[in-house]
Design a protein. Structure first.
Length: 251
C-alpha cells in the first residue's frame, strides 16, 4: 500500500521526520493516544481525501504531538521503552523554554533539525505545562486543542514501509485553523495566513466530498461559545471563498 501511495505521488516524510515518527510509533506513543497535529497532519489528508493539496502549504520542520491529559485515568499502560531513551537515541535534546520549573515540552535535533513539540488541551487556566502520564513527557497546554483532537482517525506516514499514526479529522482541522488564525500574535502573521490557506483548502474539498461532516464540525464549534464564533466569523470574512462554501452547506 505504501509503495502504491508513493507511486501515486502523495507526499512522503523527509528522513528526519520519518525517523522521529517511526520511533514514536514503535514505543506506542500513538497507540496511547498521541495525535499528530499541525502541518504534518495536513499533508496526510492527501491520502485520506484522495486529493493533491498545495505543497506550499505543507512545509515545516516541526513535529507536533497532542494528547489529552486525562488519558492516565483510562489507560493503564505506558510507552516502552521510555521516551527519554528514545529521545537519547534520536539525539533529541530539551529545547529552551519559558517554564521556570524546567519542564521541557519541546525537543530538538542538533544543527537545526526536527523540532518535536508535545501539546495538550488547556482544561485549567492556571496550567501552562501538563504531564502526559502514559507518554511520560510534559506538554504545553493550549486552548481549543480539545476540539481538534477529539475522535482522531488513523493515517500512514510514507517513510520506509510506512508509519501508522493518528491525525485529527480533516473537518475539525479545518475549523480549528479558522479559530487559531485569529489567536496568533502580531509577529506571527505568516503563520496566520498559512492557517487560513490550509483551512480554505480543506473546506473546498470537504464541501464537495464530506459536507455533512464539515457542517457538524462547524456547528459544534460555533455553538461552543461567543469567542469561538467570533474567531471563525472573522477568519471567514478574510477568506470569502471559504465563507461561501460554508454558507452553501448551512442552508
Amino acid at each position: 500500500m505504501v509503495a502504491q501511495l508513493r507511486a501515486a505521488g502523495l507526499p512522503a516524510l523527509d528522513r528526519e521526520t520519518g525517523k522521529v515518527l517511526n520511533a514514536l510509533a514503535k514505543v506506542g506513543a500513538f497507540r496511547l493516544g498521541g495525535t499528530l497535529v499541525g502541518t504534518h497532519a495536513f499533508r496526510s489528508y492527501s491520502a485520506e481525501l484522495g486529493v493533491r493539496l498545495g505543497e506550499a502549504l505543507a512545509v515545516t520542520g516541526d513535529v507536533d504531538i497532542a494528547a489529552f491529559e486525562n488519558l492516565k485515568l483510562v489507560i493503564d499502560d505506558k510507552v516502552d521503552p521510555s521516551l527519554a531513551e528514545t529521545f537519547n537515541e534520536l539525539k533529541l535534546a530539551p529545547a529552551p523554554g519559558l517554564d521556570r520549573k524546567n519542564r521541557p515540552t519541546r525537543w530538538a535535533m542538533p544543527g537545526g533539525g526536527v523540532m518535536l513539540d508535545f501539546l495538550a488541551p488547556r482544561m485549567r487556566e492556571e496550567s501552562d505545562v501538563i504531564m502526559l502520564e502514559p507518554l511520560g513527557v510534559y506538554a504545553q497546554a493550549l486552548s481549543f486543542l480539545n476540539f481538534l483532537i477529539a475522535d482522531p482517525i488513523p493515517a500512514v506516514g510514507l517513510y520506509r514501509s510506512g508509519v501508522l499514526v493518528q491525525i485529527p479529522r480533516p473537518e475539525r482541522y479545518a475549523i480549528h485553523k479558522l479559530i487559531v488564525a485569529q489567536r496568533r500574535a502580531k509577529d506571527s502573521e505568516a503563520k496566520a495566513r498559512k492557517d487560513l490557506a490550509q483551512a480554505e483548502t480543506l473546506i473546498d474539498v470537504l464541501t464537495e466530498d464530506r459536507p455533512y461532516a464539515l457542517l457538524e464540525a462547524y456547528q459544534t464549534a460555533i455553538d461552543t461559545g461567543p469567542k469561538w464564533l467570533e474567531a471563525i466569523e472573522k477568519s471567514l470574512r478574510q477568506r470569502p471563498k471559504a465563507m461561501e462554501r460554508i454558507k452553501s452547506i448551512s442552508q
